[in-house]
Ligand binder design. Structure first.
Ligand code: URA
Ligand code: CA
Length: 433
């Protein structure tokens, strides 16, 4: 087989065979196919697309390029959730304890990563003593016992995707639905999920800015999952403004605790109930989505979701007294209000701009080596559609330095106040199965 023939075949709009796709991925991973040939192929895919069969084959070829996590020692159907990026997206912290409390096993492998705030592990490390350095046997034992454990990323998962994503990033070939969908799905499948709930974000703060693009990506991922034997569904949710109120590590842990107590922001609570009920359904712990939602609401009401969080934190060395006393979480030295300069209705809070503002405070990593300040971030006091008076606080800045002029300017630039009444955006646009 010759790579040049495969490139020409895709350039001319023909469908590649299983053997051809496997040849490309194997050769690219082991270095026998050079970057220039792979970038020609990815550009051909950008223009010509891929059939449903090609997408499934590409996904599995990337899964098989490295280690795969074996979760078979964990009882029950392991359901994973994946969000396609977001700002202040506290859903993972809420959903773990919430669905685990009704018997869904959550075996979460997580990373730190770059971004506006830290990853799930960084956030959880706001809890004194909490650690994710577990032996595999201990991880499995904890999930079987408590239904929830989090372990740090280890092993060599999807090396083909790592190499390909880096190449696409510098060759103008990220923007391709088949390539994005197979990239994301390969990572979830290699991490051992039996079933997958996808939260595809849409709007100004999301990777996919329009509903049409988000829908197309969601459909592509759902088809890949189902075609390779993993039950998959997707929810398309709004990211035209940050989800919930908190953007920052310890601030989001506090927000997750509030939500598990039934006192969280309305939008975050609603999205967690929607995603969670589909996780419960895919795990076959309920027979329909209404029953699943009721189970989760009960778990919040009767305290079992909160108790699951405590047991989870304690089992991994964490100080579970933060749940009853969140003041024990890292606290910032300065609290500064960003006040409205005009009256009216809040019409816009650009999510990724707010994320950048949180990052300027030190809440996220700009490079792999950056240190995160767990205490800092932003707390929204107003959301789109809310009425504001002059001098009223829109956002509280939590900072460990006093001069936050740059952060304030960023926030003012990302906010629009209008005289006309505005309605709150729709939170859940569509569900795709
Ligand atoms: N996120 C991924 O993991 N892969 C892509 O290709 C794009 C976004
Ligand atoms: Ca939030």
């Amino acid at each position: 087989m010759r790579m040049v023939d495969i490139i020409e075949k895709k350039r001319d709009g023909k469908e590649l065979t299983t053997e051809e796709i496997q040849f490309c991925i194997k050769g690219y991973t082991d270095g026998s196919i050079p970057d220039y040939q792979m970038s020609a192929l990815t550009m051909a895919i950008v223009f010509q697309g891929m059939s449903e069969a090609e997408r499934a084959t590409l996904t599995m070829a990337m899964v098989e390029s490295g280690d795969q996590i074996d979760l078979s020692a964990i009882h029950g159907i392991k359901v994973d959730k994946h969000s396609t990026g977001g700002v202040g997206d506290t859903t993972t912290l809420v959903l773990g304890p919430l669905v685990a409390s009704v018997g869904v096993p959550v075996a979460k492998m997580s990373g730190r990563g770059l971004g506006h705030t830290g990853g799930t592990i960084d956030k959880l490390e706001s809890v004194e003593g909490f650690h994710v350095e577990l032996e595999n046997e201990e991880f499995v034992r904890l999930v079987n016992q408590n239904k929830l454990a989090v372990i740090g990323q280890s092993g060599n998962l999807t090396p083909a995707d790592k190499k390909l994503y880096a190449l696409r990033d510098v060759t103008g070939t990220v923007e391709s639905i088949p390539l994005i969908a197979s990239s994301i799905m390969s990572k979830k499948i290699a991490a051992g999920a039996d079933a997958i709930v996808l939260d595809v974000k849409t709007g100004a703060g999301a990777f996919m800015k329009t509903l049409e693009d988000s829908r197309e990506l969601a459909k592509a991922m759902v088809r890949i999952g189902n075609n390779v034997g993993r039950r998959t569904m997707a929810v398309i949710s709004d990211m035209s403004q940050p989800l919930g109120f908190a953007i920052g590590n310890a601030l989001e842990v506090k927000e997750a605790i509030d939500t598990l107590k039934g006192e969280g922001p309305e939008d975050l609570t609603e999205l967690c109930l929607t995603l969670g009920s589909h996780m419960v359904l895919l795990a076959e712990k309920a027979t329909n989505v209404e029953e699943a939602r009721q189970m989760l609401k009960n778990a919040i009401k009767d305290g079992s979701a909160l108790e699951t969080l405590k047991v989870f934190l304690r089992s991994q060395g964490g100080d579970d007294s933060v749940v009853d006393d969140p003041a024990r979480l890292p606290q910032a030295s300065f609290k500064i209000e960003v006040e409205a300069k005009e009256e009216g209705y809040l019409a816009e809070i650009i999510a990724d701009e707010m994320g950048t503002a949180a990052m300027l405070l030190g809440a996220g990593r700009a490079t792999k080596e950056s240190e995160i300040d767990l205490a800092v971030g932003l707390l929204l006091k107003k959301k789109i559609g809310d009425q504001v008076q002059v001098g009223e606080s829109i956002v509280t800045i939590y900072s460990n330095f006093e001069d936050v002029q740059e952060v304030k300017e960023k926030i003012y630039n990302s906010i629009t106040i209008t005289k006309e009444k505005v309605s709150a955006p729709i939170l859940v646009h569509e569900e795709i199965t």
